[in-house]
Design a protein around this ligand. Structure first.
Ligand code: AKG
Length: 232
């Protein structure tokens, strides 16, 4: 019998709009980064917020993670025109931050800029019960409309206008801490609610191809070219 053809990481990313990279970070590293995330939230985040941007700008460990060889080796496979770090953020759910992240596409938040992708790494084991990432494979090939929404925390301001897919299309990413999900800024994604009464810390780094700064980029002080276009 013919065995199924193994699809490359780049081909899977192109087909699905995301790839799961198991065990990118070890458990001990996740524990240290989680303590660092707590420090950053305590010292820099607005009280009560569950999303905090510009982490690498104030944290050496997260700055190192943004350009860690293991992360960059994966990015090089899906970014043929070089790799530039733009920014990162902590997304934190807890017993009192239960709400699901609404269905959305990230590119809505940076309209009229060059394409980007993000690397989502949970620092706690993440599953349906504690608010893991949910994705709709292939949704990056469609255009989606977003509308304003009003989460009490103000952390997410928009959600998809139409949820035009079947229940069975959704992938609920049950993954160990330190596993990474690399996803296109056109991919429909959200999260499950955190009903488990547990913490769920995640770090999300966002990247695009190197280029002269666009006006949008100027708000991101930790931006940095990691793999110049010419190095490939
Ligand atoms: O960690 C999460 O709940 C998802 C966050 C997210 O989708 C985003 O910030 O774009």
């Amino acid at each position: 019998m013919k065995s199924p053809r193994k699809v490359s990481l780049a081909a899977a990313y192109e087909r699905d709009g995301f790839v799961v990279v198991p065990d990118l970070l070890g458990a001990a590293e996740c524990e240290q980064l989680k303590a660092e995330a707590r420090r950053v939230l305590d010292e820099h985040a607005a009280p009560g917020s569950s999303v905090h941007l510009h982490v690498a700008a104030v944290s050496a460990p997260f700055r190192a993670l943004a350009e860690d060889r293991r992360v960059v080796d994966v990015l090089k496979q899906v970014m043929p025109h070089g790799v530039m770090f733009l920014s990162d953020k902590i997304v934190y759910k807890s017993p009192d931050k239960k709400f699901p992240t609404p269905w959305h596409i990230d590119c809505y938040y940076w309209r009229n800029t060059r394409p980007k992708l993000s690397v989502w790494i949970p620092l706690d084991d993440a599953q349906a019960e504690n608010g893991t990432l949910t994705v709709v494979p292939g949704s990056h090939k469609q255009d989606w409309r977003m509308v304003k929404m009003g989460l009490p925390s103000g952390d997410f301001q928009y959600e998809l206008a139409e949820k035009d897919w079947r229940e069975g299309d959704v992938v609920t990413c049950a993954i160990k801490r330190g596993t990474a999900i690399v996803f296109s800024d056109r991919l429909v994604h959200g999260s499950t609610p955190n009903t488990a009464g547990q913490d769920r810390y995640a770090i999300i780094g966002t990247y695009h191809a190197p280029s002269a700064d666009e006006a949008f980029d100027l708000d991101f002080p930790a931006r940095k070219v990691i793999v110049p276009a010419s190095a490939r």
